[in-house]
Design a protein around this ligand. Structure first.
Ligand code: ASP
Length: 443
C-alpha cells in the first residue's frame, strides 16, 4: 500500500508559528509538498503574521467584523487583508479571481456572519494554493460537519471525508471551519486548522499527520533555561499532553491528540526553517532502544498549595469529595492532588483562587471542620516526563541526587499516577536550577 501523508501549513496556536505569510513561504511549502509523493492532502491556514509586522489575517478578519458590528470604519482593515492576498497572488504570478473571493467575504461581513467572515482567511488561501499547484480545491464545508451543539459530527465527517478524498489523488483543503446542520459555516477554536488536519488525517487513515510550522520546535527542556537543549525526537501522545499541560507548551490543540491517539496516527511536528531535521514525532509507543528514559523536563512557576489537615481524615468517608466540592463550586480546577492519613493537598494554578480565597476558606471550615488549613505560594512544579520511567531502576535516585547536589529544597513530590511523569515542587526561586540539575543528570 502506498503511504499517505496529510500535511498542514500555516496557522496554529502560537502567533510566532506564522508560516504562509507571503508568496515566498507559499512557494517553499509547495516545494516541500512536491518533494514527497505521499503528501497527497494538504490543509492550509490563513496567512500568518508577516516579517513587516502585519498581524495574522484571521485577527484582521475578526477586527473587521467587530468594527462593522460597532458601526465603525472597517474599510482600512479590509484593505489590508486584500493587500495581503493580492501580494501573495502577484508574488506567485498566478491568474486568480481575487475580486469574487473578496465580494463573498464582504457579503458575509455585511450580514454579520462572523464565522463565515473569518473562514475566508483559510478559504482564499487554500484556493490560491490550489491554483498555484494545479491541485483540486475541496471546500471544508463538504468534509467537516458539526452537530447542532457545535461539537464535531465525527461519524458523518469521517465517512463523508473519507469517501470524497479517497476518490481524489491530491487535494488542498482550507483549515479551521466546517458546516452546521443548517448550512451555516462554523469555525473551530482559534488555531483550529490543526484540528482540521487531524480530522482529515483520520478520515483518509493517513500514515502520518505532518504539522509544518515556521520555527516551532519541541525541546527536551525550555531553551530559555537550557540554551543548547536537545530537540525531542520522539514523544508519546500521553507525554505530549503532560508537556502541554505542565510545561505550558502551546503546540497542539488537545483535540488533535484526542482525534489521532486511538487510531495511532503519528503526528510529525516539523519546521520549514530546518528541513534537514525530521522534527518531533508524536506517537503511541516509542520503539525500544531509540530513546533515553525521559522524554522531557517541563515545568512552570506560580502554583499554590492548599493543605487541609484533620486528624484521622483517612477514616472519614467523603472528606475528599467535600474538599474538592468547595473548590468546584467556585470554579477552581486543581492541577494535582496528594493525600496522607491526616492531610489533603490540592495544587492550584487558577488566578481565580485569590479572588475567592476567603469564601473558600470559610466553606472548608464549615464543611470539614479541619484542624488547620494552610496556603503556600511561590511553588514551581518541575515534571520529569517519560512513560514507564517509574519501572526503570535508578531513575528517581538520579533525579534526587541531582536535586540534592544543587542544594535545592523539595517542597512536594508526586510520583504521577499514570507512570508517565514525576512531579517535584520547589520554590519559584529554585525553578531554573532544578531544571538545569535534572537535565544535566538525565541527558
Ligand atoms: N487562522 C485560524 C486562527 O488564526 C486558524 C489557525 O491559525 O489554525 O485561529
Amino acid at each position: 500500500m502506498n503511504r499517505v501523508i496529510v500535511s498542514k501549513f500555516g496557522g496554529g496556536l502560537r502567533a510566532d508559528e506564522g508560516a504562509l505569510a507571503d508568496a515566498e513561504r507559499v512557494k517553499q511549502a509547495v516545494e516541500i509538498i512536491k518533494s514527497d509523493p505521499a503528501r497527497r492532502y494538504v490543509v492550509v491556514a490563513a496567512p500568518g503574521s508577516s516579517a513587516d509586522g502585519s498581524i495574522k489575517v484571521t485577527d484582521m478578519l475578526y477586527i473587521c467584523q467587530s468594527l462593522f458590528t460597532n458601526k465603525e470604519n472597517y474599510q482600512e482593515v479590509l484593505d489590508k487583508i486584500i493587500y495581503r492576498f493580492d501580494d501573495i497572488v502577484k508574488g506567485l504570478g498566478i491568474d486568480f479571481d481575487l475580486d469574487s473571493e473578496i465580494s463573498s467575504l464582504k457579503k458575509s461581513l455585511l450580514l454579520g456572519k462572523v464565522d463565515k467572515t473569518v473562514s475566508h482567511g483559510e478559504r482564499i488561501m487554500a484556493k490560491i494554493f490550489a491554483a498555484y499547484m494545479g491541485w483540486e480545491y475541496v471546500d471544508a464545508s463538504k468534509l467537516i460537519f458539526f452537530n447542532k451543539d457545535s461539537t464535531l459530527n465525527e461519524e458523518k465527517t469521517f465517512s463523508t471525508a473519507s469517501e470524497i478524498l479517497n476518490g481524489i489523488e491530491h487535494a488542498i483543503i482550507p483549515g479551521f471551519y466546517g458546516v452546521m446542520p443548517n448550512g451555516d459555516i462554523k469555525v473551530f477554536p482559534r488555531g483550529g486548522s490543526d484540528i482540521t488536519g487531524a480530522v482529515i488525517a483520520r478520515a483518509v487513515n493517513a500514515d502520518v499527520y505532518e504539522k509544518w510550522t515556521e520555527k516551532s520546535k519541541i525541546y527536551i527542556a525550555d531553551p530559555k533555561i537550557i540554551p543548547d537543549s536537545e530537540i525531542i525526537r520522539q514523544i508519546t501522545y500521553n507525554e505530549m499532553r503532560e508537556l502541554t499541560h505542565v510545561g505550558g507548551v502551546n503546540m497542539l490543540h488537545e483535540d488533535v491528540i484526542l482525534l489521532l491517539q486511538d487510531v495511532k496516527i503519528p503526528i510529525n511536528i516539523r519546521s520549514v526553517r530546518d528541513l534537514d531535521s525530521q522534527g518531533t514525532m508524536i506517537m503511541s509507543k516509542i520503539p525500544e532502544g531509540t530513546r533515553k528514559i525521559t522524554a522531557c523536563i517541563a515545568g512552570n512557576r506560580n502554583f499554590k498549595i492548599i493543605k487541609v489537615r484533620k486528624y484521622g481524615m483517612n477514616k472519614m468517608p467523603g472528606a475528599g469529595a467535600k474538599f474538592f466540592e468547595v473548590l468546584g463550586r467556585h470554579g477552581i480546577p486543581f492541577e494535582h492532588c496528594l493525600s496522607g492519613i491526616d492531610t489533603m493537598v490540592a495544587v492550584l494554578k487558577s488566578p481565580k483562587f485569590d479572588l475567592r480565597r476567603n469564601d473558600i476558606l470559610r466553606e472548608i471550615d464549615e464543611t470539614l471542620k479541619p484542624d488547620s488549613v494552610k496556603i503556600e505560594k511561590d511553588l514551581s512544579i518541575v515534571a520529569v516526563v517519560g512513560e514507564g520511567m517509574g519501572t526503570i531502576k535508578g531513575t528517581f535516585a538520579k533525579i534526587f541526587n541531582a536535586i540534592a547536589d544543587a542544594s535545592i529544597k523539595v517542597r512536594m513530590i508526586d510520583e504521577g499516577s499514570d507512570d508517565c511523569n514525576m512531579l517535584l515542587g520547589v520554590y519559584d526561586e529554585d525553578f531554573e536550577d532544578a531544571v538545569k540539575a535534572i537535565y544535566n543528570s538525565m541527558i
